[in-house]
Design a protein around this ligand. Structure first.
Ligand code: SAH
Length: 190
């Protein structure tokens, strides 16, 4: 059965697409298999740039292959490092940052995202964002540490100054409590 409206990945892409300008800069904080990086690379256009992070070498390789197949590898900088260090690699203002947290299904679970580094990366993402830019997070709660990570992100997002940021949360109301949660944060100012 199609997840339709409640596909978290599509929901977050939908909300971020409006913030991406042709020629702009986008960040995929968790490359995984590369699907979000591919999505961002299409939207930034030939003069834009995507920075895509993953601590797992295999994820970087898979993402590179996906981009090469689509002929979009030249507009993406792949970074085999933690997203908590993104400001060492990305400068200037960015249109969007996407996080797909948790672990890669079928991959090495020792590379699961963690609350402390996710929080640091989120702070950097908010710092890099241009006015009107958006950060989107897909957060999973069903694995060990997932609920704590979700609580940390939610509490940070909820405490952001409402004059500076617009923050929404989308949760599925009629499914298991462990269904993914989507949070989108927009920097005010346009
Ligand atoms: N749970 C999602 C997939 C998440 S993939 C789903 O069900 O589809 C999360 C990715 O984040 C993995 O590829 C993992 O290697 C990567 N990752 C873990 N910690 C990271 C970090 N600190 N910086 C960047 N990437 C990280």
């Amino acid at each position: 059965m199609s997840r339709g409206l409640i596909s978290a990945v599509h929901l977050v892409q939908h909300f971020l697409s409006e913030s991406i300008q042709s020629g702009g800069t986008a960040v995929d904080a968790t490359a995984g298999r590369g699907n979000d990086t591919l999505f961002l690379a299409g939207l930034v256009g030939p003069d834009g740039r995507v920075f895509s992070f993953d601590t797992q070498e295999k994820a970087i390789q898979d993402t590179r292959l996906l981009l090469e197949k689509a002929g979009l590898a030249d507009r993406v900088t792949l970074v085999n490092a933690g997203h908590e260090d993104m400001e060492n690699y990305v400068s200037g203002q960015v249109d969007t940052v996407i996080f797909n947290l948790g672990y890669l299904p079928g991959g090495d679970h020792s590379y699961t995202t963690r609350p402390e580094t996710t929080e640091r990366a989120l702070e950097s993402a908010l710092h890099l964002l241009r006015p009107g830019g958006r950060v989107g997070l897909v957060i999973y709660t069903g694995h060990p540490g997932g609920a704590e990570e979700c609580a940390a992100v939610e509490s940070t997002a909820a405490s952001l100054d409402g004059a500076l940021f617009n923050v929404i949360k989308i949760a599925v109301l009629n499914r298991a409590a462990s269904a993914p949660v989507v949070i989108v944060i927009e920097k005010a100012g346009v």
